[in-house]
Design a protein around this ligand. Structure first.
Ligand SMILES: NC(=O)c1ccc[n+]([C@@H]2O[C@H](COP(=O)([O-])OP(=O)(O)OC[C@H]3O[C@@H](n4cnc5c(N)ncnc54)[C@H](OP(=O)(O)O)[C@@H]3O)[C@@H](O)[C@H]2O)c1
Length: 265
């Protein structure tokens, strides 16, 4: 089957690399810039680089891999270039595939294939993609092919009911992006107090915590002052938090409330 890419993103590059290894063939790579399309094709050693204003017809699989805010715009730019048998996907965790509004009417497969992985670094993403679990959604035709695609990449996926898509994405934001925000505050404390070794200590601690969550579940992974009921420590550290991060001062108290709920206190 042919894979066509619209938008030369890291996500589409990593997924294409794996799928080409599995025997899929590259079709068109559509970009706003011919240079970027050509560079993308060179990395895969196959595909036809083009820009939006050229002549093309996309068949089999189309991955629209552009920022969430412009998926609808890009879709309306290319929808006259889709063949009858096409399956069109995007990678957003937030949007559903109903954004491809004509798909059901034209008998196209539509879907969203969301990798629960950060693509900040292409090499790291390429190494980790085999363990990535996907969230997929779509119409019957799109979902059926999406299952086949994710099966070949990591064989791990969940199927998301349309009405739960935003909650599914919010859960990922809380666990992945918010933990980066917390790491940032931890780093600020190291800087403020002239401590060395942030990169040796905190990422390892975070990795260990995530391993525990995976093995023991959320409730049994909680350690630290709230879990032990060391309320003097909790109070003193709240004072320090409020002194250092006056702007976010409610964050500590709110998080303690969450941790108490976990422990059923
Ligand atoms: N980044 C992640 O870690 C991650 C993880 C999971 C899912 N996703 C999803 O993957 C999709 C792509 O995200 P991304 O972070 O990879 O996006 P991105 O790097 O910001 O952009 C991807 C590509 O979109 C094209 N593009 C950018 N702005 C555009 C515009 N205004 N109009 C048309 N095309 C534009 C560009 O390609 P050209 O210059 O070639 O046109 C760009 O390389 C999103 O739906 C996102 O939710 C991302």
């Amino acid at each position: 089957m042919l894979i066509n890419i619209v938008g030369t993103s890291k996500v589409s590059l990593v997924l294409s690399k794996i799928l080409v290894e599995k025997g899929f063939k590259m079709g068109y790579v559509v970009s706003r810039s011919r240079q970027r399309a050509t560079a993308f094709v060179r990395k895969l050693s196959q595909g036809i680089p083009i820009t939006y204003d050229e002549d093309f017809l996309l068949k089999d699989i189309v991955f629209i891999s552009v920022p969430d805010g412009v998926i609808d715009l890009v879709y309306s730019n290319i929808k006259t270039r889709l063949s009858d048998d096409v399956n069109i996907y995007h990678f957003s965790g937030f949007l559903t595939s109903y954004i491809f509004e004509d798909a059901d009417r034209f008998g196209w497969g539509r879907g969203s294939i969301h990798p629960n992985l950060s693509f900040a670094d292409e090499k790291i993403a390429l190494k980790s993609i085999h363990r990535c679990c996907f969230g997929i959604e779509g119409n019957e035709k799109g979902l059926s092919l999406a299952r086949n695609i994710v099966q070949q990449i990591s064989n791990c996926w969940i199927e998301i009911p349309v009405q739960a898509k935003m909650a599914y994405h919010l859960a990922a934001v809380l666990a992945s992006n918010f933990s980066v925000g917390l790491a940032y505050l931890a780093q600020r404390l190291y800087d403020l107090y002239g401590l060395d070794g942030f990169e040796k200590i905190i990422p390892t601690l975070m990795l260990n915590t995530s391993r525990n969550v995976s093995k023991l579940g959320v409730k049994d992974s909680l350690t630290g002052p709230v879990a032990r009921g060391d309320w003097v420590v909790v109070e003193k550290e709240q004072e320090l938090f409020e002194k250092c991060f006056a702007k976010y001062k409610d964050l500590y108290a709110n998080m303690v409330r969450v941790l108490k709920e976990i422990k059923g206190r």
